[in-house]
Write a protein that binds this ligand. Sequence first.
Ligand code: ADP
Length: 326
Amino acid sequence: MFSILKKQRLARITVVYWFLLIYIIAALVWWYIALQHQNTQIARLNQLMLNPDNTLYLKMLDKIKDEQKRKSAQYLGEGATFLLLTFIGAVFVYRATRKQIKLSEQQQNFMMAVTHELKTPITITHLNLETLLKHKLDQAKQQQLISLCLEETNRLSALTNNILTASQLESGMYSINKQEINFSQLVENVSNELSKRFPTRQMKSSIQPEVFIEGEFALLELLLNNLLSNAIKYTPKGKNIYLKLLTKQGHAILEVIDEGEGIPDHEKEKIFDKFYRVGNEETRTAKGTGIGLYLCKKIVADHKGKINVTNNTPQGTIFTTIFNAI
Ligand code: ADP
């Protein structure tokens, strides 16, 4: 959500930008016309100063005309180059400013989302713990409240983990410690963990055993958690989520397939951008910060792998991640 103050500032900047651009172009055109006019006048004066009786009159006249043409071509060339440079500069400034504004807008959305995402679990956990402390509840009710607390702290932990890892990877402070990893085992563990956390969700998996890759355990775990959590978050209850791991031509291929709403084609590239979320603040219902897939892409790149998203048929998305198998 962009504040009214920011919108006003943006409008002011736009007005100043267009005013300056139009002014520069108008001044350039004016200078060109003035110089050409001056050129014609100088040629005319030089012509008038010539003595028609002079034997070299025609030769000198040609020289004056040549000089006038040369100057005219020079003004045109210089003017056109300046105009072209002005246009290139204007486009560059326009695009850079737009990019900056977009980033600032997304950062603001991110900050609001993070604040919300942090506040909600803390409030819920606090309330539940207070209830447990103040009231003598039966076993079932106690279990329910504790599960809720656990669920919320899990969300909190996932969020802080994402933010921390993203900033550490970006600043180069994260020293990636790669080793041979039983990817099948890791995928199986993360899948089991999430199935336990979301027992009502229908998750099916087909995991080829003994698939090994070289990588950093914690980062790969984060990648799997993000992809699977998204599949759960963006797929309505009752619809299926599939997890596939197989090897093909020396590659370990992981597919997270869901039957959710899917992602429109024009958004498919953008969802991997930092803080990017599909839709707008008013219409969006799912919680999130737009950092998960950005981190996934970064982790995959740091493992020299590839990640892409395609449509599932008849509905949903397929996130495919490819690594070198060993
Ligand atoms: P977050 O989920 O916190 O918004 P992500 O970076 O994980 O951020 O995802 C970016 C956006 O991509 C999401 O806001 C959502 O619109 C879209 N998205 C991600 N995964 C899915 C999915 N499985 N199905 C539909 N949309 C998805």
